[in-house]
Design a protein around this ligand. Structure first.
Ligand code: ADP
Ligand code: ADP
Ligand code: MG
Length: 671
């Protein structure tokens, strides 16, 4: 076919994807002066990729097959918006030859290889047959047409156990079973076929020798429509969980220059076998000595940024230039490897609960600035919701440095400096993983995470004096901020410390929700003179300097930074000792069940109103401070029992109130 029909200049690009990759593609497309069109499902109306694009088209209901996988609706969206080209991202329809063909038939440029190349490489069996002919080293195995039981049996016996049964159409680690003995073979084939049929609509299997404790090494390639084909070095993606990548880096710390050259030559040979056009990845497993081809991915890969950071190439820009029909701007010997890059995939999932996906609203989303070698490719913002319908990857954090050690330090620092709340993320797990001594030493294989899971997901240390002090400071700081929002508050005039010496006690428990373990008690002594904290027998002098996202805390003469987020009674702290989730047990703040759902705020004990912290008419979040009572020389802040409107304040500062007296009324927000 005449390639000018396939690849030509365009001005409007539709991105047939969502999340971080849609945002990533939109950024480069815009930088190249293109107009961008996003598509979205009903669950993604307010998603970041929709906000970033020049135009956006609703595809349909949340389920992927009704929206992001609906070829007709996508083509229709392109027609309606005058889009001339389609970038498929990764996942979804990115490796679907029928979609590539449908785009071509509709007169659209498909940013990727031709349907024929995808078909040739899309099946693991077919591509292995091709690679065999091209002289690319393969894992020993069977990838023939015949699928009857006897043939598969014979093949398995010949290869020798352990073997891997793989769906030819597979992806994302699905449809794959390790078989260690003949007895396991039949049930493994049956269940792998069932999974493959459901996931890919195709249950053809291939059998491979299972390489014990392998590494995953892959090579980025890109070809243009003029017959040029380049390799852009390799990535090592050995840190995997259930055959899915978690951390990726470039270059591979395992290969020496000669091995690097060899694997890149093999990859060019592999892609050259189909005269490949577009960005693609040739994947290999390695037994530590040799590399063996396993598959080709005919699309941009999740982990492409590490390659971008070591080569200085924008791969999406190159994809678009190839789609324009241009020749690649550099020759093979002009591609330089500079430094080292490491990427971590940030997921909404709970590593301590078997990596269960976590859905809900992102209440806090604070990521460090993209400076000092740090890059963050994100698909979410504060306030966005993570829905159960799609992949739970939120963002990728990537660090570059001249050396691997420094790149790891920068990435770890970036992860440590991130505060994401509202949903559970794997950020602490990622930190533990990349700082593990064996990861630093590159003494890893694909089974590493599974073996080290207990250590990687171990509970954080118990809070020390520093964290307890930080917890008290966080509560006080939160109340002080609320007081400042109220101009007539006495706290505004006098600071939060009234005259005279006072005490206030706090109790915390480790964890969120109700927390667990014993109550940790701290007593704050304040008033005239320096404030001190009483923890057990110890009395500690401390000082707090508020700043953005937290405060500086000076304890025992050492000043250190604390990041703090308060969400009702849940405290989220980050100190030099790590991350701490604490529950503030406030006996008067709506802790007990009777308070939940009650709209009258009453005095729990006789006392004096010392501060009014919210204004009548204000909309309050659950747990927002309303007023502070002094009860028996101890202060207690009364808080909103649920999100609502403060319809009335029935007291003022200085009032002496009796137990049970109504002090304020909160009306719940209508659902
Ligand atoms: P591999 O197929 O070799 O694992 P990648 O590491 O590039 O290649 O991962 C692609 C995977 O990303 C898909 O199999 C899928 O699980 C996931 N994915 C697909 N679409 C998206 C998306 N829009 N956002 C985040 N992750 C996605
Ligand atoms: P997918 O399409 O799901 O990405 P792959 O064939 O790329 O499937 O395999 C995914 C992962 O499974 C690899 O990265 C590697 O960790 C492991 N794997 C694949 N083939 C083998 C093999 N023959 N021996 C050992 N591990 C393998
Ligand atoms: Mg793969």
């Amino acid at each position: 076919m005449d390639r000018s029909m396939l690849y030509r200049r365009f001005r409007t690009l539709l991105i047939a994807n969502r999340g971080e990759i849609a945002c990533r593609v939109i950024r480069t497309a815009r930088a190249m002066g293109l107009r961008t069109v996003a598509v979205y499902s009903e669950a993604d109306r307010d998603a970041m990729h929709v906000a970033l694009a020049d135009e956006a088209v609703l595809l349909g209901p949340a389920r992927a097959r009704d929206s992001y996988l609906n070829v007709e609706r996508l083509i229709e969206a392109a027609r309606k918006t005058g889009a001339e080209a389609v970038h498929p991202g990764y996942g979804f329809l990115s490796e679907n030859a029928d979609f590539a063909r449908a785009c071509l038939d509709a007169g659209l440029v498909f940013v990727g290889p031709t349907a024929a190349m995808m078909t040739a490489m899309g099946s693991k069996s077919g591509s292995k047959a091709l690679m065999e002919k091209a002289g690319v080293p393969l894992v020993p195995g069977y990838h023939g047409e015949a699928q009857d039981e006897a043939t598969l049996w014979k093949a398995a016996e010949k290869i020798g156990f352990p073997i891997l049964v793989k769906a030819s159409a597979g992806g994302g680690g699905r449809g794959m079973r390790i078989v260690r003995s003949a007895a396991e073979l039949e049930p493994a084939i049956i269940s792998a076929k069932r999974e493959a049929k459901a996931a890919f609509g195709d249950d053809r299997m291939l059998i491979e020798k299972y390489v014990d404790n392998p590494r995953h090494i892959e090579v980025q390639v890109i070809g243009d429509s003029h017959g040029n084909l380049l390799s852009l070095f390799e990535r090592e993606c050995t840190l995997q969980r259930r055959h899915q990548k978690v951390i990726e880096e470039a270059p591979s710390p395992t290969l020496n220059p000669a091995q690097r050259e060899a694997v890149c030559v093999a990859a060019r040979k592999a892609a050259g076998a189909v005269n490949y056009v577009g960005a693609g990845t040739i994947e290999f497993v390695s037994d530590g000595k040799d590399v063996f081809f396993i598959e080709m991915n005919t699309r941009l890969q999740v982990e492409h940024p590490v390659t971008e950071l070591i080569t200085g190439i924008d791969l999406v820009e190159w994809q678009l230039r190839v789609a324009f029909g241009e020749a690649l701007p550099l020759k093979q010997d002009e591609i330089r490897l500079n430094g080292h890059a490491v990427e971590a995939r940030v997921y909404a999932e709970n590593p301590t609960r078997n990596f269960m996906p976590s859905v809900g609203k992102i209440s806090t989303w604070r990521l460090p600035a993209e400076t000092g070698g740090l890059r963050i490719d994100s698909g979410y913002r504060e306030g966005d919701s993570v829905s159960p319908y799609y992949d739970a990857m939120l963002a990728k954090m990537i660090a570059w440095a001249p050396t691997r050690d420094v790149a790891i330090e920068r990435l770890n620092r970036g992860l440590e400096d991130s505060d994401v709340r509202g949903i559970v993320t794997n950020i602490p797990f990622l930190s533990a993983l990349i700082t593990h001594p064996k990861v630093r030493a590159n003494a890893i294989d694909t089974g590493f995470i599974e073996r080290e899971l207990a250590i990687l997901t171990s509970a954080p240390p118990a809070p020390s004096e520093l964290e307890l002090c930080a917890a008290v400071a966080a509560v006080i700081d939160d109340e002080r901020k609320a007081a400042q929002a109220e101009p007539e508050s006495p706290w505004q005039t006098f600071g939060w410390m009234p005259v005279g010496r006072r005490q206030r006690s706090f109790a915390f428990r480790v964890g969120h929700g109700a927390g667990h373990g014993p109550e940790l008690n701290v007593t704050l002594n304040y008033g005239s003179g320096p404030s001190t904290l009483l923890i057990g027998e110890r009395e500690l002098a401390f000082a707090v300097t508020p700043k953005d996202g937290g405060f500086d805390l000076t304890l025992d003469g050492v000043k250190s930074q604390v990041a703090a987020v308060i969400d009702g009674h849940e405290l989220y702290l980050r100190t030099r000792n790590g991350r701490f989730d604490l529950h503030w047990v406030d006996p008067f703040g709506g802790e007990s069940d009777e308070h939940v759902g009650e709209d009258k705020i009453t005095a729990p004990l006789p006392g004096t109103v010392v501060a009014v912290l919210a204004e009548a008419g204000a909309t309050l979040e659950k747990g927002a401070p309303i007023l502070t009572l002094e009860v028996m020389k101890m202060e207690q802040t009364l808080r909103a029992p649920f999100a609502g409107v403060l319809t009335a304040i029935k007291c003022k500062v200085g009032d002496i109130v009796q137990e049970g007296v109504e002090l304020a009324v909160v009306e719940p927000l209508a659902e």
